[in-house]
Write a protein that binds this ligand. Sequence first.
Ligand SMILES: Cc1ncc(COP(=O)(O)O)c(C=O)c1O
Length: 506
Amino acid sequence: MTDRIRIPAVGRDHDDILKSMEAFRAGDADWRDGRTWSLVYYAGEKHHRLLKQASELFFTENALNPMAFRSLKRMEAEVVQMAASMLHGPLGHAPGEGCVGTLTTGGTESVLMAVKAARDRARAKKPWIRRPEIVAPSTIHVALDKAAHYFGMKVRFVDVGPDFRADPRAMERKINRNTVLICASAPQYPHGVVDPIEEIGAIAEARGIPFHVDACIGGFVLPWVEKLGFPVPVFDFRVPGVTSMSADVHKYGFAAKGASVVLYRDMSYLRHQFFVSTDWSGGIYASPSMTGTRAGGPIAAAWASLVAMGEEGFLDHTRRAMTAARRLQEGLAQIPEVTVFGKPDATIVSWGARRAASEGGVNLFAIADRLQSKGWSVDRQQNPPSIHCTVTSNHEAVIDDYLRDVREAVEHVVAHPELGASGNAAMYGMMAKVPFRALVKKSVMQVMEALYGTSIEPPDPDKLGEADASPLMKVINKYGGTIDAVLEKVDAARGKVLGKRPGSRA
Ligand SMILES: Cc1ncc(COP(=O)(O)O)c(C=O)c1O
């Protein structure tokens, strides 16, 4: 490479800089119009403006030193307490008692911290454990895999039931002397159902093992769903076995990006999250979470969001989101070729083909491509193939348009079944089905290297399926060009196949 972008020799004009950045946005997802079903939680212009003002007020401050910026410490403590009250964290009557926690930069960091705290607690209490383990349902968010990967731990995944909820008895069977943490979700991300927290909590309590409830996506919506009178299984600190929870303020808390809460039943758990170094020449150093420097803006915006919403605002947004989610489910139920997976407890709706493509059903990934070509942002899932919709109040206005386009996409794919064997549909289909998971990983790595390599332009998302050079495509091409041809070979050579069949997350 001979040429690359450099810091300009002379600084540019500010208006000109802002113009360039506006131009960069041209191809971005437009989240204001409700055609994006994830990534952004938008509560309207007035709230949005407040978040920006709050961020700007504390734009420069750094919560790394809470003594220097007592304002940030105060707002962090207040956000933690508001979340603790909302999730029924116990009140303390003596030092060390009562629900405590910290703000983090997001759901992943909150999960990382809960896992790290459980690992370090076990190191102190059960020093004989060499490789600490976590027991979790297979639908738990992938942040848990990441945490285990980073912290040298093993996750024992347990298959969920046909309703996509965790199976407490099966989880109990996976507990052993190395288990340092049990995890479940409220709700789980892929299908929006709440795991049986009470039953799992009873097992965790009886075994004396910490139990983390990942409520990153549901923490700021389930309490209001419950208050509105919808049936919600008990999912929070009211369950005695629950020792920690995560809830993202930057999701249904409608805060700015970079804010999540991780809560613990009491300080005896939280203390294992902290990092303290006493010998560095730069001075004694103590930090509550992953990052060193902690941006003030997201903390300020999180505080502003909660107090601006109030219970009244949250109830209003939740009522509207629930109505939109119900309308979406009812509309999908009218389309014979598709079905909603599980019985969503709140505002996440996942839907897919009623019958698998191999049994004569429609090809879901071809439908996804068609929806994408109509300007919808589509989140594709696997095991089973499905499309994920995180419904918010902002989707109220687009449910009818979405349902109309889904109906049209289904009709189109029924009329053109060959679409499932080309382009992105073929690639996602293969990725979901192919048993060579190591090859899938290699192909994804290739995309990552393209994304984070020297090129400035990211790969075209509509052309990922054309990447003939990917390790996965090479195998497919070698065995006859279709996934089914490869699977036939695999069946013929059973036992020689490397890797796990998709669907297992063991
Ligand atoms: C249940 C759950 N846990 C964790 C996360 C990770 O959150 P983040 O993307 O903010 O790191 C998510 C994100 O959707 C989630 O739904």
